[in-house]
Design a protein around this ligand. Structure first.
Ligand SMILES: [Zn+2]
Ligand SMILES: [Zn+2]
Length: 370
C-alpha cells in the first residue's frame, strides 16, 4: 500500500518527503498502524547527522501514535480501530525483559537500529521497488503507516487526543521515568536538571510530583527557563548570562551540593557540570543521548566519596505502566506535557528539526497527511 514518508536518503542531508510502499502482508505478531502523528526527538537528528547507527536509505521517527488498521495472525492484545502509542520494541524473553526492564532488552540494538525485521526483511520500499530501511525503534514513524510488533503497542482510551500522544513513548517518558521510576527523590531533596528541552522539562514536571523541595532547571534559552518555572522549577540558572558558573550557582541555591543532578543534554561538558553539582552520596544521572563513541571524565576523589553515576535509558520500566500513569496525571492536570508541543505538517519535518535544535520549539510533533 502507498504511504507518505520523510525519507532519510543519506547523511547530513535534509529528510525528503515523498511516497513509499508499505508491505502490509502482516506476519504473526505484527500490526499495521495508521500513524496520525509522530513526535520529533533528538535521536532522529542524531540519525541524520551520523551520530546514531541507523542505515540509509530509510525512514526514522520513533514517537508514533495512531490507530490500528489491521493485525497479523495470533495478535489479541490490540484490534483494528484502537488508538495506540507505539512504544519501544523489546524481545520479551531475555533476562532484562523478564525482569520488568524491557528498555534494557538485550536485543535493543538490532531492534531499534537494525533497519529491518530480525530476518533482515524490510517493510518499506520506494515506489520504484528498491528497499528502504524500516523498523527504526521498531516503528519508523515518520510515515503515514507503520508495520510494527503488536507487543510494543500501548492502547489508550478512545477519547484520548491521539495526535498529542507520541512523545509519551520516548522523550517525555525518558525525563519523567528517570525521576518516577529510577531516581525517586525523597522528601526534602534537591534536584538539578541540566537542559530544559522536552526531556528536561518532563523531568521538572515529574519532580514536582515528588517531595523534592528544590528543583533547579539549567539552560541557555530564557523562554525555556520561564516555562520550567511555570511547570515546577523552584529556581532557574541561565548559563548564557555572562560569567555564570552553573555549578557555583547550584551550590549557592542548595547551600551545598545538590542531591541529584540529571544531564538531559547529552553534551559531555554539561555532564561534567552535572557530576560536579552533586557531592557525597549524591547521584548524577546520564539521561540525554550523546553522539556514539563519546566518553567523559570525572574527578576521582569527589566521585570516590560515595557518588553514584547512573545511566537511565528511556525512563526505564514498562511502557504500558509509565505511559498509562502519565496519561492519567495529564488528565488530572498534574502533568501538562501538552504545553511543550507544537505541531507541524510532515512536509515541514526539516523545519521542525531545526526549530527543536534552535530551542524555539520544545517538542515538535508532525501531523501525517490524512
Ligand atoms: Zn529482551
Ligand atoms: Zn527518542
Amino acid at each position: 500500500m502507498l504511504a507518505t514518508a520523510a525519507i532519510f536518503e543519506k547523511l547530513h542531508t535534509p529528510f525528503a518527503v515523498g511516497d513509499v510502499e508499505v508491505d502490509d502482508a502482516l506476519r504473526p505478531g505484527e500490526a499495521l498502524v495508521r500513524i496520525v502523528a509522530s513526535g520529533v526527538c533528538h535521536t532522529d537528528a542524531l540519525v541524520r547527522d551520523g551520530d546514531f547507527p541507523f542505515p540509509a536509505p530509510g525512514v526514522a521517527g520513533h514517537e508514533g501514535s495512531g490507530i490500528v488498521e489491521a493485525v497479523g495472525p495470533g495478535v489479541t492484545s490490540v484490534s483494528p480501530g484502537q488508538k495506540v502509542i507505539i512504544g519501544w520494541p523489546f524481545c520479551g524473553a531475555c533476562r532484562n525483559c523478564l525482569d520488568g526492564q524491557p528498555r534494557y532488552c538485550l536485543s535493543l540494538g538490532p531492534l531499534v537500529a537494525g533497519g529491518a525485521r530480525d530476518d533482515g526483511s524490510t517493510t518499506l520500499r520506494r515506489v520504484t521497488g528498491e528497499p528502504l530501511h524500516s523498523h527504526f525503534f521498531g516503528q519508523s514513524s515518520f510515515a503515514s503507516y507503520s508495520v510494527c510488533a503488536a507487543s510494543s503497542l500501548v492502547p489508550v482510551p478512545s477519547d484520548a487526543a491521539v495526535e498529542l500522544l507520541g512523545p509519551l513513548s520516548c522523550g517525555i517518558a525518558t525525563g519523567a521515568g528517570a525521576i518516577l521510576n529510577a531516581l525517586r527523590p525523597p522528601a526534602g531533596s534537591s534536584v538539578v536538571i541540566y537542559g530544559a528541552g522536552a526531556v528536561g522539562l518532563a523531568a521538572v514536571m515529574a519532580t514536582r510530583l515528588t517531595g523534592a523541595t528544590t528543583i533547579i532547571a539549567v539552560d541557555r534559552v530564557a523562554a525555556r527557563l520561564k516555562l520550567a518555572r511555570e511547570l515546577g522549577a523552584t529556581e532557574t540558572v541561565n548559563v548564557a548570562a555572562p560569567g555564570t558558573d552553573p555549578v557555583a550557582a547550584v551550590t549557592e541555591i542548595c547551600g551545598g551540593p545538590a542531591d541529584f543532578a540529571l544531564d538531559c543534554t547529552g553534551i559531555v561538558a554539561v555532564l561534567r557540570q552535572a557530576a560536579d553539582s552533586v557531592g557525597m552520596r549524591g547521584t548524577v544521572a546520564l539521561i540525554g543521548g550523546a553522539p556514539s563513541g563519546a566518553g567523559f571524565t570525572l574527578d576521582h576523589l569527589t566521585t570516590l566519596w560515595g557518588k553514584k553515576v547512573v545511566g537511565i535509558l528511556g525512563g526505564e520500566g514498562r511502557s504500558t505502566v509509565l505511559i498509562g500513569a502519565l496519561l492519567k496525571l495529564h488528565a488530572q492536570g498534574r502533568f501538562p506535557y501538552d504545553r511543550l508541543i507544537q505541531t507541524f505538517p510532515l512536509s515541514a519535518v526539516n523545519e521542525a528539526l531545526e526549530a527543536s535544535h534552535s530551542g524555539e520549539v520544545v517538542k515538535p510533533v508532525l501531523l501525517m497527511p490524512a
